[in-house]
Design a protein around this ligand. Structure first.
Ligand SMILES: C[S@@+](CC[C@H](N)C(=O)[O-])C[C@H]1O[C@@H](n2cnc3c(N)ncnc32)[C@H](O)[C@@H]1O
Length: 418
């Protein structure tokens, strides 16, 4: 058989005749309706799927067997009756009238084939495999997954008309596979990426050479690019028609100033979408085996940055406290928390560089954690967890036989640390 010539059809407002009342015919009728076609179905009986289409008035039904002449005025025919003789007659009538015809029972007779299709935004992928529809569907699905996970070259090379966009993408705590699939896809489409110090920075290496990467990474106490300038950069590039991704660590709305960036963009007329991320406040404790809530141990948690907010925190050890950016002020925070209902012997964990090569866990209590952190040279980025949930960590158990190292807990180990 000679090769197929792939083609896209504009069917809006054009008549298509579908012969057959079963599930296949109904599925095809439904996608033809989606394409805007005027669909007439010829069948003595209608399946439940076809009845659903009839109920909403999407198709016209000739409730009888097919008759020569039913294709008059059609641009396309589709036969799926399950009766080879009827399908053959429809095919022959279509051929005589020069109407393209999909024939579900005989692919050699068919003058048109329906490929396996997947659509994302403005991209349509059609797969034909020469008569093996399940293979075509499997391939189509694999392409869909590759699309969603950003592993296809998705960059647009023609500027969209009008202004660009900003996506504030939560990149998660740093591991490249802890960003959402939506975030990953948007990164693959970006013209400009404005990146933080934390988050999945290894993904930046996968970007094309012509993608502009602006590193605005902040270190504690040292902000190379001030927030005002970050906001201005986002707007400037979007207004130049670019697709801008602001790649942020964790979740944009958790102590990440995402709200301010989104506000600034909107105030300057730039379309902005926030893509949630896996926050370090929950995921980094999990990397050390600590659930922030646990039935019978803690039924809530608060995420704060420093000891100023501590006085107003609810509960005792059954209300977990997660400190972000808390290393520098740890001594003061621990002291303030020890003076609440939690008490000085409340368990504390510090997890440095969660999911990174330098992941290390230090376990102590509110009375000794600052001294331990100093002795071990604890550094940012780190998440500090305070409350009884810390005792659930395998590291807490191991800490009874000091010193605690990541290597002692192989299931959780990223790297053996001294
Ligand atoms: C400016 S806050 C941003 C938080 C972010 N929006 C989030 O949802 O995770 C930065 C702080 O997050 C914490 N952090 C982020 N990623 C981390 C990681 N991989 N390991 C340890 N701490 C991390 C540290 O406390 C760090 O100082």
């Amino acid at each position: 058989m000679s090769a197929l010539y792939p083609l896209g059809l504009r069917l809006a407002g054009r008549t298509v005749v579908v012969v057959g009342g079963g599930a296949v015919a109904a599925r095809r009728a439904s996608s033809l309706v989606d394409a805007g076609a005027i669909v007439t179905v010829v069948a003595p009986e209608a399946s439940a799927e076809l009845r659903a289409l009839l109920a909403i008035g999407a198709v016209t039904w000739r409730e009888r067997a097919y008759l020569t002449g039913d294709l008059n005025g059609a641009w396309l025919a589709h036969t799926a009756t399950g009766v080879p003789d009827v399908d053959a007659l429809v095919s022959a009538d279509a051929e005589a009238a020069r109407i393209w015809c999909v024939n579900a029972s005989d692919r050699h007779e068919a003058t048109a084939w329906v490929p396996a299709v997947t659509r994302r935004d403005d991209v349509t992928v059609s797969v034909s495999t020469g008569g093996d529809p399940r293979r075509a569907m499997a391939l189509r699905d694999a392409i869909g997954v590759a699309f969603d996970t950003g592993s296809l070259p998705l960059r647009h090379h023609r500027r969209a008309a009008g202004a660009g966009t900003v996506h504030l993408v939560g990149g998660g705590p740093g591991a490249p596979d802890l960003i959402t699939t939506r975030g990953r896809r948007l990164l693959a489409e970006a013209d400009v990426v404005v990146a933080d110090r934390l988050g999945p920075r290894s993904l930046l290496r996968e970007l094309g050479e012509d993608v502009l990467v602006i590193d605005v990474g902040k270190l504690p106490g040292h902000h190379p690019v001030p927030q005002d300038e970050i906001n201005a950069l986002l707007v400037e590039h979007a207004q130049a028609g670019k697709r801008v991704v602001r790649l942020k660590g964790g979740d944009p709305y958790v102590l990440g100033r995402g709200g301010e960036e989104a506000d600034y963009c909107r105030r300057h007329g730039v379309t902005v979408e926030v893509v949630p991320g896996v926050t370090s406040a929950i995921s980094v404790p999990a990397a050390a085996g600590i659930p922030v809530t646990h039935r019978g141990v803690a039924n809530g948690f608060s995420v704060v940055t420093g000891h100023e907010e501590i006085a107003g925190l609810p509960g005792g050890r059954d209300h977990t406290v997660v400190l972000l950016m808390g290393v520098t002020a740890l001594r003061g925070s621990a002291k303030a928390l020890a003076s609440t209902a939690r008490g000085a012997d409340c368990p504390v964990a510090i997890i440095e560089d969660g999911y990174g090569d330098g992941q290390r866990v230090t376990i102590g209590t509110l009375s000794n954690i600052a001294a331990q952190a100093k002795a071990r040279g604890v550094r940012s980025p780190a998440v500090v967890v305070i409350g009884d949930v810390v005792s659930l960590s395998p590291y807490a158990e191991a800490s009874h036989s000091q010193p605690t190292t990541t290597a002692q807990i192989p299931a959780l180990a990223r790297k053996a640390t001294p």
